[in-house]
Design a protein around this ligand. Structure first.
Ligand code: ATP
Ligand code: MG
Length: 139
């Protein structure tokens, strides 16, 4: 896995709101190449596994319940410096603090329902990509 890959989720709030297509278009327009993409509906257990690093946090039960509340789109993205580039396009965790032009500013409703997820390091990108995709699913 190189530093040019990252992992993202179009979260259940976005899929429910019908903004999946708009978000994917913004990803393409920003110069990312999509290497893998699928619609999934996580069980609570799967969401707990994915967010295991946050298991001691007060928001963990709400976060994992939300992430398993409906379908989401998981995606592997390629771009030079992908982790940072994708986090820049997403914007700050809290949509109210996100910069103009970011996805969370445009599509996020609240700190917990903030439209998209992105890996925070190359190491976690590799872990998260392989959590959701097998090798044959990555083009
Ligand atoms: P993500 O990991 O989803 O890309 P992030 O890296 O910006 O977001 P984290 O600190 O990793 O933020 O938190 C993971 C997710 O948990 C956030 O995206 C948000 O939905 C939720 N979250 C974080 N902090 C809080 C909080 N104080 N209250 C409620 N939800 C929170
Ligand atoms: Mg995070």
């Amino acid at each position: 896995m190189t530093g040019n890959l990252t992992f993202g989720i179009i979260k259940p709030d976005s899929v429910k709101a019908g903004t999946t297509g708009s978000i994917i278009q913004r990803i393409i327009d920003d110069g990312f190449e999509i290497r893998a993409l699928k619609l999934i509906h996580m069980t609570l257990k799967e969401a707990q596994g994915f967010y295991a690093v946050h298991r001691e946090r007060s928001f963990f039960p709400g976060l994992t319940e939300f992430m398993s509340s409906g379908p989401c789109v998981v995606i592997t993205l390629e771009k030079t410096g992908a982790v940072r580039a994708w986090r820049n396009l997403m914007g700050a965790t809290d949509p109210a603090k996100a910069d103009q032009g970011t996805l969370r500013k445009e599509f996020g409703a609240s700190l917990s329902e903030n439209a998209v997820h992105g890996s925070d390091s190359d190491e976690n990108a590799a872990i998260e990509i392989s959590f959701f995709f097998s090798q044959i699913e990555i083009v």
